[in-house]
Design a binder for this molecule. Structure first.
Ligand code: PRP
Length: 179
């Protein structure tokens, strides 16, 4: 275990097993369909790469990079798109892949923005959900794990851009982020 990690929340094996279950559910729901799968950079890249290789339907893959400005009152103006998808999603079924839903601001805002592009459907799959931290509502279709309000890193999740490459999800020692 990395020296900055206090404890392991989900091992590599826990994550693999849960991804198998999520993929089975998604494969059932998208049977006969060909959705566009969009990963939200950067945190989702490892989860997405493991998940999509379990899909048994054809799909296009793309990525977006966004920054949320918090829970402002603007209907769709509180998310900045740093990198957009390159494809038209009009009339398409969209599956968004996230690593974590925390306050909900990023996904709440992104869903409003995507709705203006007239997709046929939009669903959200997140590896982690921190429901205790929610500020705005987000409908999550597929959740890997619901977790308490702890500072988690690994398997794509970072602190100051470090720890993303850890193969497990761990709780960071408080002295690391309170320095
Ligand atoms: C993190 C995470 C989600 C978002 C969740 O992204 O990947 O996209 O924050 O937080 P919210 O529910 O409070 O909006 P971050 O901006 O840290 O970028 P990263 O994925 O590149 O680490």
């Amino acid at each position: 275990m990395h020296n900055d990690i206090e404890s392991i929340l989900f091992t590599k094996e826990d994550i693999e097993a849960r991804i198998d279950e999520l993929a089975a559910e998604i494969n059932r729901d998208y049977k006969g369909m060909s959705p566009d799968v969009v990963g939200i950079l950067r945190g989702s890249f490892i989860f997405m790469s493991d998940l999509v290789r379990k899909f048994d339907f054809p799909c296009r893959l793309d990525f977006m990079k966004i920054s949320s400005y918090g829970s402002g009152t603007a209907s769709s103006g509180n998310v900045k798109i740093n990198q957009d998808i390159g494809m038209s999603i009009e009339g398409k079924d969209l599956l968004i892949i996230e690593d974590i839903v925390d306050s909900g601001n990023s996904m709440n805002s992104l869903f409003k923005l995507l709705a203006t592009r007239n997709p046929r459907s939009v669903r959200l799959c997140t590896l982690l959900d921190k429901p205790d931290r929610r500020q705005v509502p987000v409908h999550i279709d597929y959740t890997g794990f619901s977790i308490p309000d702890a500072f988690v890193v690994g398997y794509g999740l970072d602190y100051a851009d470090m720890y993303r490459s850890l193969p497990y999800i761990g709780i960071l020692k408080p002295e690391i982020y309170s320095k």
